[in-house]
Design a protein around this ligand. Structure first.
Ligand code: AMP
Length: 190
């Protein structure tokens, strides 16, 4: 079983690469952002709670996020593994994920961060916002807030996973296929 966490600031290409890894290694792709957006479009009580938080580019409180993640993982038995895309985003979430996976006799195999400069990411997101319909992709101030949330709350996870020898970084700029090759090289050589 292989369980991968993909890190990267908004626009780094986590979703695209997670979809690639999902089909290459036959994994379950879980994106907490996608799960929240699903709730929002279905106007569930969870959706109503998180609509304005997501629109503003803030992080959803840990408790809600951990619940949604754990419920999703529990839906799958006998899988080759999971790709966690956009989770964990805080140290608390990472600790809870470790405990949760341990309770299922599973663990994170490794984590890979896709790196790109803020200017490139901002450009990508504003472009994506023209077609994605995502309320958090269309406003520069909100995008910059998402970067700040990442710097403050998610970057410390580098140290958290480095201590477990599970943190890798790759250049997230370039041709999508070339970036996928960089990911494969880490997965198959670690
Ligand atoms: P994403 O699709 O990963 O860019 O996530 C979109 C938004 O969903 C984020 O800006 C947060 O508001 C929320 N979100 C997704 N995953 C998490 C998480 N692990 N912790 C807190 N908020 C999250």
């Amino acid at each position: 079983m292989i369980n991968i966490v993909i890190f990267g600031k908004p626009g780094a290409g986590k979703g695209t690469q997670a979809e690639f890894l999902k089909s290459k290694y036959n994994l379950i792709h879980i994106s907490t952002g996608d799960l929240f957006r699903h709730h929002i479009s279905n106007k569930t009580s969870m959706g109503l709670k998180v609509t304005s938080i997501i629109k503003n580019g803030d992080l959803v409180p840990d408790k809600l996020t951990i619940d949604i993640l754990e419920n999703e993982v529990k839906k799958y038995n006998n899988t080759n593994g999971f790709i966690f895309d956009g989770f964990p985003r805080t140290i608390n979430q990472a600790k809870k994920l470790d405990d949760f996976l341990k309770s299922l006799s599973m663990q994170i195999s490794f984590t890979i961060a896709l790196e790109a400069d803020d200017e490139i990411l901002l450009h990508r997101l504003l472009k994506r916002g023209e077609t994605s319909g995502r309320s958090d992709d269309i406003n520069k101030v909100k995008i910059l807030n998402r970067f700040q949330e990442y710097n403050e709350k998610t970057l410390p996870l580098k140290e958290f996973y480095s201590k477990q020898n599970k943190f890798f970084t790759i250049n997230g700029v370039g041709d999508i296929k070339v970036i996928s090759e960089r990911l494969i090289s880490i997965i198959e050589n670690s």
